[in-house]
Design a protein around this ligand. Sequence first.
Ligand code: BDR
Ligand code: CA
Length: 304
Amino acid sequence: MKQKIILDVDTGFDDAVALLLAGHHPALELAAVTVCHGNAPLAVTVENTRRVLAAGGLGHVPVYAGAERALVAPPLKTDPLQHHRFDLPPAARPLERQRAAEFLIDYYLSPAGPETVLVPLAPQTNLALALRLEPRLAERCPRLVTMAGAYLEGNSTPSAEFNILADPEAAHIVFTAGWPLTMVGLEVTAQAYVTPADLARLRALGTPWAALAADIFEPHLRWWQTEMNWPGGQIYDACAVAAVVDPALLTTKPMHVDIELGGAFTRGRTVADAIGWHRQPANVDVGVGLDRERFLAVLLAGLQ
Ligand code: BDR
Ligand code: CA
C-alpha cells in the first residue's frame, strides 16, 4: 500500500523537486499540499506550488494556502533567485477555499489522518497555528519528517537554518508538541549533493516531471558550484521526502532539541544535546548521516 503524505511547502526550487518526487514516487500518495510564506511572499509560493503541480502532471492534488507572515518574526531577506514566479502556465485547478491550518485539523481528525505522514518543508507557521487551534493534531499525526534546523551550523546565520529562523516561535510550538518528529537538517542535506552527472541521469529518464525538476534545479546547481565551490548542489527538501520513502537512507540519533527564541547571535538555533551529556529527554530523531547513493536511487526511481 502507498504511504499517504502531505507536504507543507514554500516553493522554492527545492520544494518544487520535493513536490514532483512526492507526487510521482510509486511508494507514495500525495494527499494534499499546504503552502506557507518563506522563500518568497505567500502569493508567490502558492502560485509556484500550483504551477509546478500542474506542469508536473499533478494537477489533481489539492493546494491550501496558509500563513502570510510568521507568528512574531519579521520577514527574512531571501535569495532573489527564489522571488520570481516560475515561467510555467497557470494551473487550471482552483486553489482550495479552506486555509491550511483548518485543512490540516480536519484532515488529521478524519480516518485518513493517522495513516498520513506530514512533511514540513517551510517555516512552520501553518503547523503551529493548527496545533494551537487543535492540540489533538499531535496525537492524530503519526509522524513528521521535516527539512529544518541544523545541530552544527546554520545557513541563514552561523546559528540558524532558514526554515527555523523564518519563524522560531512556530518552530518552538512544533518541536515541543510531543509528536514523533524526524529532523532532516543541514548536516544531512549537505551529504545529498547532486552533481552535473546526476542531473544528466535525471534528464535521461525522459519523463516530463524529470525534465521539469532538472530545469528548475539547474541554475541552483550552477550557483552551488560557482559560489560555494561544491561538486554539486543541495535539493534540501527532496531529502525529507526521500527519507519517508526509504527511512534507511537516513541515520538518526534521538536528541533533546530546543529552539532558541532570544540570543543576539543565536536566535532560531536548534539547540541540540547532540552528545547526550545533559540527559534531557529526547524529543527529536535528528538526522546525523545520509547515504547519498540511496538518496539518488529514490530520486531517480521517483521521477522516472
Ligand atoms: C530550507 O530553506 C528554504 O530556502 C528551502 O526551501 C529549504 O526548505 C533550507 O534551509
Ligand atoms: Ca522549502
